[in-house]
Design a protein around this ligand. Structure first.
Ligand code: GLN
Length: 189
C-alpha cells in the first residue's frame, strides 16, 4: 500500500510520518509521473491559493483531476479540502481540482488567532474520541446528495466523504492519533 502526499507546499512531512505510523508506505508526489504507482493521495494543509497556482502552472492539475475522476482515493486536509470543493462561497482566488460536490467557506472561523483544538467522537472513523486541530480552517456549508457527513463541530460540517474523496477541515497529522490515516488507508484498499 503506497500513499502519495502532494508535496508542493504545506504540511507534507507531518502526513508522511503519520502514514508510516499507520502502517503504509508514503511517497512524496511532486510531478505528474509520481502519480503513476500510488494507491491514494493526500492533499495536505497549507495555502490553497499557492498549491492551486503551482498545480495549474505545471499542468499537474489536469493529471491529478483525471486520476481522481477515474477513482484514485484522495484525502484533502484543510487547504486540500478547499482544492477538492466544487464551490467556494467566499473566494474566487482558488482555481482548484473541483471534483467534490461541496460548498466550502475558506478561513471560516476567522484569522490565525481563532485556531483551536477539540476532542470529538467520529463514529465513522474510530470508537475513541479523536483530537482535532483547526488552523485557519474552512468548513462545509452545503453538501450534494452523494456526500456523506462524517463529522460536525458546533453545528458546522468539518469532515465528509463522497465515494473515493475524503475531506477534513482539521489536521490529524498534527497529532499522534493515527485513526483518520488508518481510515483513509482502508479507503485505498
Ligand atoms: N486558510 C488556508 C487556505 O485558505 C488553509 C489553512 C490550512 O490548510 N491550515 O488555504
Amino acid at each position: 500500500m503506497k500513499i502519495g502526499i502532494l508535496a508542493l507546499q504545506g504540511g507534507v512531512i507531518e502526513h508522511l510520518r503519520l502514514v508510516e505510523a499507520a502502517g503504509a508506505e508514503a511517497k512524496i508526489v511532486r510531478y505528474s509521473q509520481d502519480l503513476e504507482d500510488i494507491d491514494g493521495i493526500i492533499l495536505p494543509g497549507g495555502e490553497s491559493t499557492t498549491i492551486s497556482r503551482i498545480l495549474n502552472r505545471t499542468n499537474m492539475m489536469e493529471d491529478l483531476r483525471n486520476r481522481i475522476i477515474a477513482g484514485l482515493p484522495v484525502w484533502g486536509t484543510c487547504a486540500g479540502m478547499i482544492l477538492l470543493a466544487k464551490n467556494l462561497s467566499n473566494d474566487d482566488k482558488v482555481d482548484g481540482i473541483k471534483t467534490m460536490d461541496i460548498t466550502v467557506r475558506r478561513n471560516a472561523y476567522g484569522t490565525q488567532i481563532d485556531s483551536f483544538n477539540t476532542l470529538v467522537n467520529v463514529p465513522e472513523v474510530s470508537e475513541n474520541e479523536i483530537p482535532l486541530v483547526f488552523i485557519r480552517a474552512p468548513f462545509i456549508e452545503e453538501t450534494g446528495k452523494n456526500v456523506k457527513v462524517i463529522c460536525e463541530v458546533n453545528g458546522h460540517i468539518v469532515a465528509a466523504r463522497q465515494d473515493n474523496m475524503l475531506v477534513s477541515s482539521f489536521h490529524p497529522e498534527l497529532t499522534s492519533n493515527t485513526d483518520f490515516h488508518k481510515y483513509f488507508i482502508n479507503m485505498c484498499k
